[in-house]
Design a protein around this ligand. Structure first.
Ligand code: DGL
Length: 265
């Protein structure tokens, strides 16, 4: 058993690494278990019923096996559809990842905000409720991207991904008069944890500059509030990387920056 507290970070694939890297910085003296449910990827293509039936029992197995102090659901698609059921089923505290609509609408000066998520995330009532409650008079465009999570997954796995394919996925986010900076989208919510992994390419391929809102720093602050100071232990904390497909861990070396320098077992 590790001598450090354990945080389990869960996503459908590698997208949750964008959340993990912030949480690791905020809570360095912690053992991390990162679980990619790649056997069921992409979550955005499943119904809510199918996702509940998949994630709730799987989480029970993971909690029993790893005994985490806290679980981060580093996936918008799962958080907006399964978080309530997870909290009902297990006593372990959960921190979810939901579209950062409130801060995006607060900072937009043109009052035109787009929410870029999976098709499932933007279709759910939970997301629409966030716009009703926190839209602050903004015109909010919901963009359900069918392929961007898979493109990010491919890019992080070392495959080449064409600029045109990425540009086509983000194009519907850019709304208004392209020639008038005061009358066009100025803020885009990255409502899928895979998307910050492509941030440099999103910035380069955008038809005009916008603010891209990544929720990871806010999630890391929430985790720190719940965990409190962990203290410094003599031994180094480790990390574990689990793919539910049981695929081999050939990525481990390349992923160490996301794990704060740990080489995950
Ligand atoms: N990373 C996930 C999210 O934040 C979704 C990717 C998928 O469709 O599985 O929504």
């Amino acid at each position: 058993m590790p001598n450090h507290p354990t945080i389990l970070v869960f996503d459908s694939g590698l997208g949750g690494l964008s959340v993990l890297r912030e949480v690791v910085q905020a809570q360095p003296d912690t053992h991390y278990v990162y679980v990619a449910d790649d056997a069921f990827f992409p979550y955005g293509h499943h119904s809510q019923e199918a996702l509940i039936a998949r994630v709730v029992p799987l989480m029970g197995e993971l909690i029993a096996a790893h005994r985490p102090e806290l679980v981060v659901i580093a996936c918008n698609t799962a958080s907006v559809q399964v978080l309530a059921q997870l909290r009902d089923a297990y006593a372990t505290p959960f921190v979810g990842t939901v579209p950062a609509i409130k801060p995006a609408c607060a900072q937009s000066t043109t009052k035109r905000v787009s929410v870029l998520g999976t098709k499932a995330t933007v279709a759910r009532e939970y997301t629409r409720g966030l716009i009703r409650d926190f839209g602050q008079g903004c015109e909010v465009t919901l963009v359900g991207s069918p392929e961007l999570a898979s493109l990010a997954e491919a890019a992080l796995s070392g495959e080449s991904v064409a600029d045109d394919d990425i540009a086509a996925e983000i194009a519907p986010c850019f709304v208004g008069d392209a020639a008038d900076p005061a009358a066009r989208t100025d803020t885009i919510v990255l409502a899928c944890t895979h998307f910050p992994l492509l941030l440099e390419r999103l910035q380069r391929l955008a038809p005009w500059p916008v603010a891209w809102i990544d929720p990871a720093p806010a999630i890391a602050r929430r985790v720190s509030d719940l965990m409190g100071p962990t203290g410094t232990k003599a031994d180094q904390p480790g990390a574990t990387l689990i793919f539910t497909s049981n695929k081999s861990h050939r990525l481990n070396g390349a992923l160490t920056p996301f794990f704060g320098g740990r080489v995950p077992a």
